[in-house]
Design a protein around this ligand. Structure first.
Ligand SMILES: OC[C@H]1O[C@](O)(CO)[C@@H](O)[C@@H]1O
Length: 566
């Protein structure tokens, strides 16, 4: 290009070779600490189902449930599908009504309901006051909840404790994926962001193992619930010690601090291009006041990303993961008792962790779309096989599978879990956190958490009824959803691998469908990007840093420019 004017093509507008994208130890350590936010969520998911089935816990807080399991109706329930429902505080069967315990449902669901409310508030704190403070406040709620649960004497203490935990998880899930996406160099953003979901899977496994270990101890449930405080302490310490994200600092007018953090994260002072993109984005963001970012998300330039965020957050739960992963329909047939349940927990939990790790290593190489589509096909095939085998084999063997068939089904379930764990599991957090623009990122992530929690709750509640009425057909039902969502990804998700977060909107503006949806705004976005790239290239050719640091102590709020939101 020497001596010539920069030539811009459509493709070159997204060429970001002027970004320095080294993976530094500093960024790895920051990401590892912040991902403790995922441990809170995972530990809570893993611990709850387990303690609900502890005898002492049931007897103390849910005597009706205990009575249903040990009372005169207990023997009447031999249907294997019903036993599954019963084993998970179920809903149906000959002893109908006894397990339909509303108190137990309040206990289980209060966390999700509190979480979906708190994530909405978290969006405001995250944008207005920064990412760190949201982590700190979330960790404090979680600590208070863990303490209250571990020391609970009455049901109301448990429920309030879970509401506090829900506030904590809602905030952590809102801020941590977003923070990780902002801190990571764009070439490694996928892998670093996925540390969040890796922490979720580790949290689930650790909690289940702890439950297994303490299930027969007197007051073992107090220990299980109280240990939730450990990851919360890590997140609290992280929230205090970690640096604020450069994007948040720059958006709030702390330009030289933001640049200094960026330089430290990238391990170089050559951060002009990235700093420039964040600064440009924050100028646009500066024009959209806090409460308007929700409104903005529904306008043409932003609504494609909102639509994709909401669909992904919802569909992650319609894979049926939480129904299938924790419900040992097959494993009753492998033999009852502790060793079978431990085997079940360890095998599925370990597959979940390892496959998430595979995703971390491959997402920035193969891209989001490849993993979504491959994982979707794998999950659908595994679900169909499971449904067909149960339909054919259960009646043949009088509702107890021979062990070779049961082992075969266990392997197929593991194939399903692996498919989820390297696709919808981690991508369900990565994609919503990276596709929003700076001005809508906090609000968009709030929407993602709220919707994810809402559908965790809905699927959790509906599954037991569905299992009782649809039986093996429930696996086919979820397979149909997985096919639909894979088609959705194929047509509607632009690839975001190797695209800096501040420039992903341009990808949507060029997408065959979203371009039409955005209308004239799409061309404006593309033009703005091309002008910016041209001026940066011109400045580079002249050897000047296009975005020099302001002199120390001379921080100014970002300039307000006018952009049409409506
Ligand atoms: O790893 C499985 C877990 O992952 C989640 O989908 C969150 O991303 C949970 O709902 C589920 O229990």
């Amino acid at each position: 290009m020497a001596g010539g004017a920069p030539i811009l093509t459509r493709a070159s507008a997204l060429n970001v070779s002027d970004y320095e994208s080294k993976l530094t130890w500093y960024v790895i350590i920051v990401a590892l600490i912040a991902s403790a936010g995922g441990l809170l969520f995972g530990y809570d998911i893993g611990v709850t189902g387990g303690v609900e089935s502890f005898e002492e816990f049931q007897y103390k807080f849910f005597p009706d449930v205990w009575e249903a399991k040990h009372g005169p109706n207990a023997a009447a329930n031999s249907d294997p599908y019903w036993q599954v429902a019963a084993g998970t505080s179920g809903c149906c069967g000959p002893a109908n009504g006894t397990y339909n315990d509303q108190k137990l449902q309040v206990f289980t669901s209060s966390l999700f309901l509190a979480g979906l409310v708190s994530s909405l508030f978290a969006g405001h704190i995250t944008r207005h006051f920064g990412r760190k403070i949201t982590m700190v406040v979330g960790a404090c709620w979680f600590l208070a909840g863990a303490g209250l649960n571990a020391g609970a004497q009455y049901l109301w203490m448990l429920v309030i404790g879970r509401i506090f935990l829900g506030f904590g998880v809602g905030m952590a899930n809102q801020v941590v994926p977003l923070y990780l996406s902002e801190m990571a160099p764009f070439k490694y953003r996928g892998g670093l962001n996925m540390l969040f979901q890796l922490a979720v899977t580790i949290g689930i496994l650790v909690a289940q193992l702890i439950n297994y270990g303490v299930q027969d101890w007197a007051h073992g449930w107090r220990l299980s619930l109280g240990l939730a405080a450990v990851p919360a302490f890590v997140l609290l310490a992280g929230g205090i010690m970690l640096p604020e994200s450069p994007n948040s600092l720059i958006e709030r007018g702390h330009l030289d601090k933001g640049r200094a953090v960026l330089e430290k994260l990238r391990g170089t002072t050559n951060v002009h291009a990235e700093y420039g993109d964040i600064k440009d984005a924050s100028e646009v963001a500066g024009n959209i006041r806090l409460r308007d970012s929700w409104k903005a998300m529904f306008t043409r330039p932003y609504s494609p990303m909102l639509a994709v965020t909401c669909m992904i957050a919802m569909l992650q739960q319609w894979t049926g993961i939480n129904a299938i992963i924790y419900v040992p329909v097959i494993f009753n047939s492998l033999g009852s008792g502790k060793s079978a349940s431990l085997l079940n927990t360890v095998i599925i939990g370990a597959v979940n962790v390892v496959a998430t790790f595979v995703s971390i290593l491959s997402v920035d190489k193969f891209g989001r779309r490849f993993l979504f589509i491959e994982g979707g096909i794998q999950m659908a095939v595994a679900q169909i096989i499971t449904g067909v085998v149960l339909a054919v084999e259960f009646p043949k063997y009088n509702n107890v599978l021979p062990s070779n068939v049961a082992i075969g089904v266990l392997i197929v379930i593991c194939v399903f879990v692996a498919g989820f764990a390297w696709s919808w599991g981690p991508l369900g957090w990565l994609v919503p956190s990276e596709i929003q623009t700076l001005e809508t990122r906090a609000a968009g992530m709030s929407a993602a958490v709220t919707i994810n929690f809402l559908f965790s709750f809905v699927v959790g509640q509906a599954f037991l009824t569905m299992l009782c009425s649809m039986r093996w057909g429930v696996f086919i039902f979820f397979a149909a959803w997985v096919v639909l969502m894979t088609v959705f990804i194929y047509f509607f998700l632009p690839e975001t691998k190797n695209v800096p977060v501040e420039r992903i909107q341009v990808k949507f503006a060029r997408h065959w469908f979203w371009r039409k949806w955005m209308g004239p705004a799409a061309q404006d976005i593309i033009n703005r990007d091309e002008t910016r790239t041209a001026s940066r290239k011109a400045a580079n050719l002249e050897g000047a840093a296009p975005y020099p640091s302001p002199p120390p102590g001379n921080e100014v709020p970002p300039k307000i420019v006018t952009v049409a939101v409506a």
